[in-house]
Design a protein around this ligand. Structure first.
Ligand SMILES: Cc1cc2nc3c(=O)[nH]c(=O)nc-3n(C[C@H](O)[C@H](O)[C@H](O)COP(=O)(O)OP(=O)(O)OC[C@H]3O[C@@H](n4cnc5c(N)ncnc54)[C@H](O)[C@@H]3O)c2cc1C
Length: 340
């Protein structure tokens, strides 16, 4: 394993926030020559001093806002292999946690394993995607998870969790609820063998119609979603961000109805889910900045780094937005991004 002391995290978070960690430990992935390499590194991690102070397992840092130097150990997981199999009913991919989510989607599309194409172009690693139960265009990762292989860092046990044991919810999972306890190292995903695209999500349906695509192939769904996403979101290499900063709030039926009467053009999704982006926009924040943190002009749900912003500036902007939205609509926005 590789160990860096007093290490800058600027390149390890997509917001590009310049803080340091007391220590960064990179666990090596297994190789053909050394299939137990990862296990040995985890053993060394558990036996060493590394987890005595605070610690945090991270992926690509695309959903984290660091607000200060991290006085503990940042752990990065090395496993990235991929293996396919089939039980006649479904196809499966077993992937190392370090694999990029979009890379897994690409492999699934190339092999005509169906069901993950709507998650195209989500930044970050598949291990973290499980933690967040990432979702986009009408699909959530939980719809594909068969099992999750994780190390319980508190007991040192290696566990296989079935999807039903992972407490998946909207951008939520057991691993997020019990933050700090689990190190995910491998995920088994289940894919359909027959193609039944999910293209009812409005922005996707509209775009397919605009392009005159009647029955979209899996590759077309992937391509259209990728283009749609990058037409609205800041590219990590150009502007730092963590994607959607807030969750879409789910409110009581009475609140949803009151707001719909007051604002007939307000989007309202099944389950009384509101659009956080619409609320922020209507509260007047789209395109505005506070310090060096800003609200992305094409998508109000995204806070971004206008240059060299600090985590404290991002949090100050988020608080100002929360206050205004709560005052105007009586709805509390909760961050989707993890603030450290
Ligand atoms: C431009 C942009 C667009 C985005 N679009 C979407 C979107 O459409 N839908 C969506 O859901 N998200 C979206 N996101 C958010 C983000 O991409 C996802 O949450 C992603 O899964 C985070 O992956 P990561 O590797 O960067 O994780 P990190 O940000 O590094 O970590 C996220 C969380 O997972 C934990 N973690 C990471 N790896 C492990 C592991 N191996 N074991 C245990 N815990 C771990 C961390 O401790 C942290 O709590 C977007 C982000 C950006 C920047």
């Amino acid at each position: 394993m590789e160990i860096h002391e007093n290490y800058s995290l600027k390149g390890l978070n997509t917001f590009g926030i310049d803080v340091k960690a007391r220590r960064v430990v990179c666990l090596e992935g297994s190789t053909k020559e050394d299939p137990l390499r990862f296990r040995h590194d985890v053993d060394a991690l558990l036996k060493g001093e590394y987890l005595k102070l605070s610690y945090l397992v991270i992926g690509e840092g695309s959903n984290i806002v660091f607000t200060k130097d991290y006085e503990g150990t940042i752990v990065k997981v090395g496993e990235r292999g991929v293996r396919g199999d089939d039980d006649g009913r479904y196809s499966y991919l077993t992937v190392g946690a370090r694999m990029l989510t979009d890379e897994v989607v690409r492999i699934s599309v190339e092999n005509r394993y169906y069901g993950m194409e709507n998650l195209s172009a989500i930044p970050g690693e598949i291990g973290a995607a499980v933690v967040q139960n990432v979702g986009a265009y009408g699909v959530e990762l939980k719809d594909l998870v068969e099992t999750v292989e994780a190390v319980d860092l508190q007991s040192g046990r290696w566990c296989t969790l079935k999807a039903g044991d992972c407490a998946f919810g909207y951008r939520m999972s057991l691993f997020k609820q019990q933050a700090g306890r689990w190190l995910i190292w491998q995920v088994k995903l289940r894919f359909n063998k027959t193609y039944a695209p999910i293209v009812t999500y409005k922005a996707l349906a509209d775009e397919l119609q605009r392009r005159g695509i009647g029955s979209a192939s899996q590759q077309q769904v992937r391509d259209v979603i990728t283009e749609l996403r990058w037409s609205k979101l800041p590219r990590p290499e150009e502007h730092g961000s963590a994607g959607s900063f807030f969750k879409n709030p789910v409110v009581e039926e009475a609140v949803a109805q009151r707001l719909k009467e007051a604002y007939p053009d307000m989007p309202l999704y099944p389950g009384n889910k509101l659009s956080a982006g619409w609320l922020i926009d209507r509260a007047g924040w789209k395109g505005r900045t506070l310090g060096a943190a800003g609200v992305w002009p094409k998508q109000a749900l995204v806070l971004y780094n206008t240059g060299s912003c600090t985590g404290a500036e991002v949090v100050a902007l988020a608080r100002a937005i929360q206050q205004d939205v709560e005052q105007k609509f009586g709805v509390r926005l909760e961050p989707e991004a993890i603030i450290v």
